[in-house]
Every structure is written in C-alpha cells, then in structure tokens.
Write a protein that binds this ligand. Sequence first.
Ligand SMILES: NC(=O)c1ccc[n+]([C@@H]2O[C@H](COP(=O)([O-])OP(=O)(O)OC[C@H]3O[C@@H](n4cnc5c(N)ncnc54)[C@H](OP(=O)(O)O)[C@@H]3O)[C@@H](O)[C@H]2O)c1
Length: 201
Amino acid sequence: MSLLILGGTGTLGRQIVLQALTKGYKVRCLVRNFRKASFLKEWGVELVYGDLAKPETIPPCLKGITAIIDASTSRPDELDSLKKVDWDGKLYLIQAAKAAKIKRFIFFSAQNAEQFDNIPLMKLKSGIEKKLKESQLPYTIFRLTGFYQGLIEQYAIPILENLPFWVTNEILIFHTWILKILRNFVYVHYKFLKQLIKHSF
Ligand SMILES: NC(=O)c1ccc[n+]([C@@H]2O[C@H](COP(=O)([O-])OP(=O)(O)OC[C@H]3O[C@@H](n4cnc5c(N)ncnc54)[C@H](OP(=O)(O)O)[C@@H]3O)[C@@H](O)[C@H]2O)c1
C-alpha cells in the first residue's frame, strides 16, 4: 500500500510519516519546499512537489497512491492563504482523490469544529468534514484537540510577539495559565544566568 502524506514537515505529519515507515508502508510526501523536507528524504520518503494553494500541482502527486493522509494546514504566519489552503486546496484534493480512485482519505479536523463558526479555521474544518462525507470517498476523520508539542512554537512565541495563533476560549484560559508559569521560569533562569555570567568574569 502506498501513502501520500500531506503536512509531512509538520508537528503531527512527521510522526505519521515515522509510524508509516516503521510499519513498512511506501510513503510519498507532498511538500512545498524540498530543502525543508530533506529530513523526510533521509528517512526514506519519496518527495514530490505540491502546494495546496496551487491546485494544478496536486493530481501528479496522486499517481500510484492507495491512500491519502492529509495532516496539512496553513501556517499561522500565512493567514492570507487560509482559505486557499484549508478550503479551496482541500476541496480540490478531494476531487483529485475521487478522480484518482483513492481507496481511503484520512483528514485531521478539530474537536467540536462545528461549534466554533466564529473561528475561521474551525469553520473551514467543519465544512471540509461535510464535503468529505458527501464525496463518496472512503474516509476517516480524526477530530483533534490542541497539541502540547506546539506549546512554545504555536502559542508562547506568537503570544509574546503579538503574532496570530488559533485557540478557542476554554483552551486560552489554560494556556494563559501555562504561559505565566513559563514566563516566570524563563525570568528566574534568566536572572540566575546573569548572576552566573557576572561572577564568572
Ligand atoms: N496543532 C494542533 O494543536 C492541532 C489541533 C487540532 C487539529 N490540528 C490539525 O492537525 C493537522 C496537523 O497539525 P500540525 O499542528 O501538525 O500542523 P503544522 O505543524 O502547522 O504543519 C502544517 C503542515 O501543513 C503544510 N502546509 C502548509 N501550507 C501548505 C500548502 N499550501 N500546501 C501543502 N502543504 C502545506 C506545512 O508545510 P510547510 O512545512 O511547507 O509549511 C506543514 O507540513 C492539521 O490539519 C491541523 O489543523 C492541529
């Protein structure tokens, strides 16, 4: 069985790639940047160029593929392309998957996405879930909560630097609490390091 994985350079995607390779699957990854994805090639993955924002790049990536695992999403620092990637691109991917007679389409959505219509990414996730269900493709949808691997990169840095990030209200309260702890931790260690440097010279 040959898998096409989208989002292989991402937090979840790279773990899926590792698991798939360990289990002996033939893995191809659709990537936007070969240099950034070079670690996947070293693991034994076939890299193909593709970009969800450029639909014409998608069909050639599907040749000889049995199942698609789509763990991609637009990066928070590329919010301008949110609709292009998480809506237009995914709709096109579903169409292309049908045309290529893909045997299973695995999609990663977010928990209770339909309850957060006010959050653009959640609205798109919920919409894609519907389109996938209507597509007549065999599908699996995972509805995930937030990943703690991304605590620093996805939440702490954007919050500290006033950059955009995705969050629902309940999680925000929890993350703000964790961030306070992190901030104190960094501050205490920063003071300690400063003292250490002062006394070393
Ligand atoms: N992180 C969470 O807490 C969380 C929570 C719920 C659901 N999810 C869902 O779980 C999945 C994986 O999330 P993640 O946090 O692992 O994502 P991530 O680390 O942000 O990675 C996003 C991936 O999508 C790729 N991508 C972005 N724009 C693309 C485009 N135009 N064409 C093709 N690929 C593109 C990125 O490639 P580049 O390396 O080239 O940028 C990267 O590999 C996503 O569907 C996400 O919505 C995540």
